[in-house]
Design a protein around this ligand. Structure first.
Ligand code: NAP
Length: 475
């Protein structure tokens, strides 16, 4: 690895970061949030130049990123994330039970691959970094080449902020370029990887992490089609509002969201006709967008070309030369089932595929052909019996949305931003929400440990929520 070897610095920082009190770690996160807000204007300007995203959207993303950092500060202070569990010694049991105390501990230095489409919220100081720092792990970020100047500036400001907050040197480092990214995954001191990006890239790096002499967990968020089902009753009752919501959601910021609704099942007949007319009307008002990179535009055009679509299959919005127009592809269920690998394949950018179904009974087979996703959405009316549909969707996605839209991922204790492959490489985890911290923690059980050697949260006078002899104790 070139330059001053951020991984070596992170390795040195691991012990002091792990032993720093939760209050100190919360202070570091708060300081980073404040730094972002103080430098908002400069950072948004660089990001807008590098990503073509609107300044207003980027400004909102800075707010979100600061909120994420502060959210993880509250998670750390709360302490329940440690899953502290105490079973006191009991000789009357068979077999006898020693004094056992279990807690989650920081896993060690973490590598984070930044995403292209969230230059703040999933980049140098994004969710992966915030949750790893909260857990007590040093972080080495692999910068995304889509916003290199922004990444360098945020890294530089972060290092200065952390130094002022007297955090261990090397707590947050950064590398750039494919080679250094590969070296990061291979480095024996790195204990886990967080990744947000393409299915191909994520799979290659996942395989690399697994093929190390000592394999490490790889938490990748990859591709997601995010299916939507609209019932006939919902289409009849709310064609205009569903059309507005769908177009706004799939064209938002050029459709460059992992939660973009990319596949929509709507009924045939009058209800479907009304919805399609409303979609067409709304599409005419939808904004076009210059995509994040030239490669993404090429990939978008290539994907549409590979569909061998007829003119009648495509509703197209308006765009200037350098921008990409939003597109709605409309097909029937037979066409979908003849090529689900194409129509249910994620295409990054402003396109969604609308499939018309004649019979509700055909939906289970169609949904079975859709791979794991981050989300699924149902538009329904009170009269609809969708229990079986909900059961099917919950087995295939991480978050089910009712009468809403999947873009916009709230920062919350209950959030789950994950899902079965290929949405993620580890369906039991999330990259947004309080439990994102769990990815960077590993359990240790202390048996008959002298109190002076226990982590403070496991001693008898700790004040965090714990399970003691089977009962939850909340101070
Ligand atoms: P990408 O091409 O996979 O790149 C992501 C990062 O991984 C970059 O830093 C890239 O480095 C590195 N990388 C990729 N393949 C590699 C390999 N074989 N060896 C070493 N490093 C490798 O993804 P992207 O183009 O930024 O993002 C677009 C795609 O990501 C879309 O398909 C989108 O759906 C998905 N995405 C998913 C989410 C989510 O939350 N699930 C969020 C955003 C994007 P270099 O570029 O330097 O090679």
């Amino acid at each position: 690895m070139t330059r001053q070897d951020p991984v070596a610095a992170a390795t040195d920082a691991a012990a002091p970061a792990a032993s720093a009190s939760r209050a100190r770690r919360a202070d570091w996160l708060d300081a980073l949030a404040t730094m972002l807000e103080r430098n908002r204007e400069e950072l948004v300007a660089i990001a807008a130049e590098e990503t073509h995203l609107a300044a207003a959207r980027l400004d909102g993303e800075v707010t979100r990123t600061a909120a994420q950092l502060r959210f993880f500060a509250t998670v750390v202070l709360d302490g329940s994330y440690l899953e502290a569990t105490i079973d006191t010694a009991d000789d009357t049991l068979t077999p006898p039970r020693p004094d056992l105390r279990r807690i989650l501990r920081p896993i060690g230095p973490v590598g984070v691959f930044a995403a292209s489409n969230f230059p703040f919220a999933f980049s140098v100081l994004g969710n992966d970094t915030a949750s790893a720092l909260a857990a007590g792990c040093p972080v080495v970020v692999k910068a995304h080449p889509g916003h290199p100047r922004l990444s360098r500036r945020v890294a530089e400001l972060s290092r200065r902020t952390l130094a002022e907050a007297e955090a261990p040197e090397g707590l947050l480092g950064m590398v750039e370029g494919v080679e250094d990214g590969v070296a990061l995954v291979r480095h024996p001191a790195i204990r886990a990887i967080g990744f947000t990006g393409s299915t191909t890239g994520g799979r290659a790096l996942f395989d690399l992490a697994s093929s190390r002499p000592a394999p490490i967990p790889f938490y990748g968020e990859l591709g997601s089609i995010n299916p939507v089902v609209v019932t006939e009753a919902a289409a009849l009752a709310r064609a205009e509002s569903i059309a507005t919501g769908l177009v706004d959601s799939f064209t938002r910021d050029g459709g460059q969201y992992c939660t973009k609704p990319g596949l929509v099942f709507i009924p045939d007949g009058d209800a479907g006709d009304r919805l399609l007319t409303a979609l067409s009307d709304r599409l005419a008002l939808a904004p076009s967008q210059t995509l994040l990179t030239e490669q993404m535009r090429t990939a978008f055009d290539d994907h549409l070309a590979a569909g061998e679509l007829e003119e009648d299959d495509v509703l197209r919005g308006y765009a200037t030369e350098e921008q990409t127009a939003p597109v709605i592809v409309t097909i029937d269920m037979e066409r979908f089932l003849s090529r689900p690998d194409y129509f249910a394949d994620e295409c990054f950018g402003p396109v969604t595929v609308v499939v018309r179904y004649r019979r509700r009974q055909d939906l289970p087979q169609a949904l079975e052909a859709v791979e794991g996703s981050l989300t699924a959405t149902l538009h329904l009316e009170p009269s609809d019996d969708v229990t079986a549909l909900v059961d099917q969707l919950t087995a295939r996605v991480g978050r089910v949305i009712f009468n809403g839209w999947p873009t916009g991922v709230a920062i919350a204790w209950s959030q789950h931003h994950g899902g079965p492959w290929p949405a993620t490489t580890a369906s039991v985890h999330t990259s947004v929400g309080a439990t994102a911290i769990r990815r960077f923690l590993t359990p240790t059980a202390y048996q008959d440990c002298p109190p002076r050697l226990l982590p403070p949260e496991l001693t008898d006078d700790s004040d965090i929520p714990r399970r003691i002899d089977g009962a939850l104790v909340v101070p």
